[in-house]
Design a protein around this ligand. Structure first.
Ligand code: ZN
Ligand code: ZN
Length: 121
């Protein structure tokens, strides 16, 4: 009680059938990723985690453990609006990736802020 923390959960996919939630917390005007946990996609949809609308800078809290499957702390947003694990193994800041949700191939530019508007279920 008395705590006034605005927190949300973003649904992210590491690979097919490997969904997890990223807990994000608002501090000032920015969002911080604080925790990640495995979650079944169906359950996440029931909880409404796939229907978020978050805007602003996205930072990583020191305690953020990364993806529960691959350990990556990065992610990218596909044109379909969904969030995917991003595996940071390249030196450049531009990569060719495949969306785990819709299968689209795209080149991502890693950004520190994003505009998230999820579609309906
Ligand atoms: Zn992952
Ligand atoms: Zn996609």
């Amino acid at each position: 009680m008395g705590l006034d923390i605005e927190a949300q959960v973003i649904l992210c996919k590491c690979a097919k059938q490997h969904t997890f939630g990223i807990r994000v917390e608002k501090r000032g005007g920015d969002w911080y990723r604080t925790w990640a946990f495995k979650i079944d996609e169906k359950r996440a949809k029931r909880e409404g985690f796939d229907r978020l609308n978050i805007q602003g800078s996205m930072n990583i809290d020191e305690a953020y453990p990364g993806c529960p499957y691959c350990g990556s702390k990065g992610f990218f947003q596909c044109e379909c609006g969904k969030i995917n694990c991003f595996k940071e193994n390249e030196a450049d800041n531009q990569w060719d990736v495949t969306c785990n949700w819709c299968g689209r191939r795209l080149t991502v530019q890693v950004a520190s802020s994003f505009n998230m508007k999820a579609g309906g279920s």
